[in-house]
Write a protein that binds this ligand. Structure first.
Ligand code: ZN
Length: 341
């Protein structure tokens, strides 16, 4: 059987936050909000288990956004005065907080939800953190004056939290680095080094998620400009193959990423995206199995993890649930095709 996992985020229930948004407003506050976040986490643990996934996440129910959820616990960041900034090489605008002083953690970031996740499933658990380069691209710098320097400052903080997550019982710590597909030269020259700093000393599995973003219109439009062959991964995969990161993800289904780029990840576990997050059309198990079959030409069977292309956060809940089932059923079908008896 193949391992199966989500990239990270899942849709928040309507009673927890606004739906269909990347930066949704919470429906409650204080203790009521804290409880609602854990209730939603429990709901998605159950849904992932029922769908048949082998690796379970918290669906990122406790954070408003995959980057800002971490930043809220970092000292040296001014959240009161957000500024508009073009992010991912100006692909879209976002209101971002500003770095105004040396960075330090205020304390634990994700302790409550990580321990809650560990306590409520017997399956392997994965916990996601934003990667240093992607953080740097999602915050305004008024202090460091150098992206690389600031990335390493964030990497130290991420490392503190990652080591604590490992102690909480997390089996896989994943760093999300969509920026690797935007700043390919920087990713290869210092992005991977900053990532390794963030993962330093971890003995649990480590992973990096690299994608072409959520299924929002700005990303859909951007992909239209990338031509018939998407070779962004080509620069960073060799650097990752040499790194100590165990698992690497890539978008596969409905992307124009040449499958042979997976050969650049020799020796790594590969999280193959078999679920499209930019379409509400639910994949069939056959489509999922076909995508895995193509990946098997380049990835060893015991190193292949069936995954979603990216997070499912802005989707409708029913669609996301159906896609989780398709993911698990398709992975089971691909395994059956390999051993038909
Ligand atoms: Zn992603």
């Amino acid at each position: 059987m193949f391992e199966t996992a989500i990239a990270g985020s899942l849709p928040k229930p309507a009673w927890l936050a606004e739906t269909g948004k990347l930066w949704p407003k919470w429906r409650a506050e204080g203790a009521e909000l804290a409880q609602a976040k854990l209730d939603a986490t429990l709901l998605w643990i159950k849904q992932q288990e029922d769908a048949g996934l082998s690796i379970i996440g918290d669906g990122e129910m406790s954070r408003q956004h995959f980057v800002h959820g971490f930043l809220e616990r970092v000292q040296g960041i001014d959240f009161e005065h957000k500024v508009e900034m073009g992010i991912r090489n100006d692909r879209y605008k976002a209101m971002v907080p500003q770095v105004v002083a040396p960075l330090a953690l205020k304390g634990r970031v994700h302790e409550a939800e990580a321990r809650f996740l560990r306590a409520h499933t017997r399956r392997k658990v994965k916990f996601t953190l934003p990667g240093p380069m992607t953080i740097v691209d999602t915050v305004a710098d008024r202090f460091y004056g150098d992206r690389r320097k600031m990335a390493f400052a964030f990497a130290e903080l991420l490392n503190q939290e990652a080591l604590a997550l490992q102690a909480d019982g997390v089996d896989i710590v994943q760093f999300d680095e969509p920026a690797f597909n935007v700043y390919m030269d920087d990713a290869a020259t210092w992005g991977v080094a900053a990532l390794e700093r963030a993962a330093q000393g971890l003995v649990c599995k480590t992973a990096v998620h690299i994608c072409y973003g959520y299924g929002i219109q700005a990303n859909v439009d951007w992909k239209q400009t990338l031509g018939s062959e998407w070779r962004q991964y080509e620069k960073v995969f060799p650097a990752l193959a040499k790194s100590r990161i165990d698992q690497v993800s890539l978008e596969c289904i409905h992307s124009h990423v040449p499958a042979e780029l997976m050969a650049l990840l020799a020796g790594k576990e590969v999280m193959v995206g078999v679920i499209d997050v930019a379409s509400d059309v639910v994949e069939t198990p056959e489509e999922v199995a076909d995508t895995l079959g193509r990946a098997l030409q380049f990835v060893a069977r015991d190193k292949l993890i069936a995954c979603t292309n990216c997070g499912l956060a802005p989707m409708g809940r029913a669609v996301a649930e159906a896609k989780l089932r398709a993911l698990a059923e398709g992975a089971a079908l691909a395994a059956k095709r390999l051993s038909p008896a």
